[in-house]
Ligand binder design. Sequence first.
Ligand code: MRU
Length: 359
Amino acid sequence: MKINGVEYRTIWPDARCRYVEIIDQTRLPHFFEVQRLDSLDAVVHAIKTMQVRGAPLIGATAAYGMAIAMLEDDSDGYLDQAAEALIASRPTAVNLRWAVERMVSRLATLPHTRRNFEAWAEAAAICEEDVRINRAIGQHGFEIIQHLARQKGPETLNILTHCNAGWLATVDWGTALSPIYMAFNEGLSVHVWVDETRPRNQGASLTAWELGRHGVPHTVITDNAGGHYMQHGQVDMVIVGADRVTKTGDVCNKIGTYLKALAAFDNKIPFYVAVPSPTIDWAITDALREIEIEERGQEEVACLQGRLANGEIAQVRVLPETSSAANPAFDVTPARLVTGIITERGICRPGEIADLFED
Ligand code: MRU
């Protein structure tokens, strides 16, 4: 995506494949800072602290983490150690394990001398695939938006989204936001309700930032306001991303998605989930029992981060000193509340994902 006229992706390797650079998402929306990751530890840290986040980008970053690890030590022992460290960095988004296992199966049988070169090539291939997949999701999702816009007539189509599933959450284009960008680029009149997405505010700080950069009309709302706007006919469609989807169509995404799905269901509003195929976990069927939900630090709930009048970033505590907080980062939306799944291969009912990926 373009920033001040310059094409950017969220992660890119240096020309001689010695390190990668990322957009540090903990500094957005107030500061656009590029961070260099030149060690396995730096990559693990970037995923844990969410300098990079979003399931597809976590996967792509982990793939480059394996490549950087092969620069540090291309032994079998370090290959396993690097894989373990990366997979342990965050538990819920399946793209992380998918990417690391793909790298290990590509590298494990290679002579040590070939591992470094092949690792950078494979990580780059994962990134190119991600961009291709997201564009395809954009095309398929655009057809849904066009259909709903035709049904609605000349008025603006109001789309609600939760968290950030835009280009910042992927290598480029995004998943849930990709159809919105395509609709906007095609001149359709769209407006996006952006859930702030407490406690880390990915909606308020990242989705609003990237939509704003692209000129897409949007309004940030509290997470609790979406149901109200649905009841008053001001939401025509909901589209969100996913961190892990079962083959039966249960969807794990950012905490609060389930409540949005319930409100949409109650108000008969189509609820779509954009799912790149690496986000499908073919090994599980019972999402509530089998998906590990990341529990993050309570300080993310107890405090809020923002910019002071003097431009500095500050953190303020909103909870009484004596109160503790809980902070589950994701929840599960059962397939029965999902209207459709948008993949790179097309759109399907939640229970029909396997039909789209028979091969
Ligand atoms: O905790 P985060 O910011 O990594 O959570 C991100 C989400 O829940 C996204 O909706 C999901 O990863 C899809 S990103 C295309």
